[in-house]
Ligand binder design. Structure first.
Ligand SMILES: Nc1ncnc2c1ncn2[C@@H]1O[C@H](COP(=O)(O)OP(=O)(O)O)[C@@H](O)[C@H]1O
Ligand SMILES: [Mg+2]
Length: 401
């Protein structure tokens, strides 16, 4: 790709804004490509700041910090959606290559912008309305029935910012706090799915199989690839939908389309334009991981094969559990890792280097195989053992010796 290259290596310098686990794992992929991610982190203890050689400390809402991090970079990309849109526009006007560009990214930053855009192109989505008044909310709920789902358009993640509301008073309180809300019907869904697609500036796209995402308290904690029992027609329609959205919005990099499956097909929940929790399985489960693919796409390299490496792949997140409590008296983390490896030599561990706290996303494990029930049980048991120190009876450990 044309653009600034590192004079020492002759290869690109990708800047990632945000120092979480997504940047950490993107850095890991960058290393194999001869590169080293430059990371803009807010704290030296963040997951990616702990491992990347070129870490700039600064706030992603501070234009000067963004400018300094972007200096001399080939391209600037993101591990989260929280950079103010006008800062991105300023950087673009100053000649910084930003991927995805601000005009695309705003659809992942602002849930109302997305709803309006999907409505314009007639893509399937839940019944929704932009509400700013009590009458607006009452009218919407009158049409769809209570409960309704209310979301501030910006800033939510991991279920923070999703309010299932049963009555008007509750809705009015949220309105008073936020001023403007996205109202959605509560979708009566069969399950949640996600499709990931990568798109390069050249216009090449590559899509992975549709996956099922399982959430706990609004947080995605398990991913089943491919989505079990999904008929081919729905799967193809979902992949085509993702490709259409990526192309119409001009996405550069990775796009994750979160979907709700209903008895009639799929509707779009929201978008992420970066590596995404629903794609962690691709590290071992696909020929090209989402992290490598994101780098390829933002650098306008040809995209890699998205073929799966096994018939069934399951990713299970480790959220801080009993073992993260200060008074935990079971085996310490290092010992749990040791046991995990001894007991499940085929399970792959990705630990994000964070301090342990209940509910925090600390890592994930991936299992591969042929049989969904067996692979899933293995992944979930391994994740649970790390989180809670609990050994699933189906995977009884040998007696201490
Ligand atoms: N309209 C809805 N109907 C039913 N469940 C919903 C709806 N919107 C969100 N949810 C549930 O809340 C989760 C988080 O919502 P989402 O809009 O994706 O927010 P976040 O930005 O926190 O990921 C979804 O994965 C889904 O489980
Ligand atoms: Mg979501």
């Amino acid at each position: 790709m044309a653009g600034t290259l590192d004079p020492r290596t002759g290869l690109p310098v990708v800047v990632m804004v945000g120092g979480g686990q997504l940047a950490r794992m993107t850095h890991q992929a960058a290393i194999a490509l001869g590169q080293s991610l430059r990371v803009l982190a807010t704290d030296p203890g963040e997951s990616a700041a702990l491992v990347a050689a070129d870490v700039r400390l600064g706030d992603h809402r501070d234009l000067e910090a963004l400018r300094a991090a972007a200096a001399g970079a080939t391209v600037v990309t993101f591990d989260h959606e929280h950079v103010p849109t006008d800062h991105l526009q300023t950087l673009e006007a100053e000649g910084v290559r930003v991927a995805p560009g601000s005009a695309a990214l705003v659809h992942a930053q602002d849930k109302l912008v997305l709803r309006h855009a999907l409505a314009e192109t007639g893509e399937p989505q839940p019944a929704w309305a932009e509400v700013t008044t009590g009458t607006g909310i009452a009218d919407f709920a009158g049409a769809t029935g209570w409960p309704i789902v209310l979301k501030p358009p910006r800033g939510g993640y991991d279920g923070r910012g999703v309010f299932v509301v049963d009555e008007l008073d509750e809705a009015l309180a949220l309105l008073a706090e936020h001023g403007r809300l996205l109202a959605e019907e509560r979708v009566d869904m069969v399950r949640e799915l996600a499709v990931q697609v990568a798109r390069s500036p050249f216009g090449q796209v590559a899509v992975w199989p549709v996956v099922e995402t399982v959430q706990r308290d609004g947080i995605n904690t398990e991913v089943l690839a491919p989505a079990p029992g999904l008929d081919e027609e729905t799967a193809t329609a979902a992949q085509e939908l993702a490709i259409r959205i990526a192309t119409r919005l001009g996405v550069v990099g990775l796009l994750a389309v979160e979907l709700f499956q209903t008895p009639d097909g799929v509707v779009v929940n929201e978008l992420a334009m970066r590596p995404h929790n629903s794609g962690h399985w691709t590290i071992e489960g696909a020929r090209t991981s989402q992290f490598e693919q994101h780098l390829r796409a933002v650098l306008d390299y040809p995209l890699g094969s998205t073929a799966m490496t096994a018939p069934v792949v399951v990713m299970a997140n480790v959220l801080g559990g009993d073992a993260a409590e200060p008074d935990w008296s079971g085996p310490p983390l290092d010992e749990r890792v040791h046991h995990l490896m001894a007991h499940w030599p085929d399970v792959k561990l990705h630990w994000y280097g964070k301090g342990q706290r209940r509910g925090r996303k600390l890592g994930h494990v991936t299992a591969l195989g042929d049989d969904l029930a067996e692979v899933r049980a293995r992944a979930v048991a391994a994740a649970r053992y790390l989180a809670d120190g609990v050994v699933d009876p189906a995977f009884a450990f040998p007696e201490e010796h």
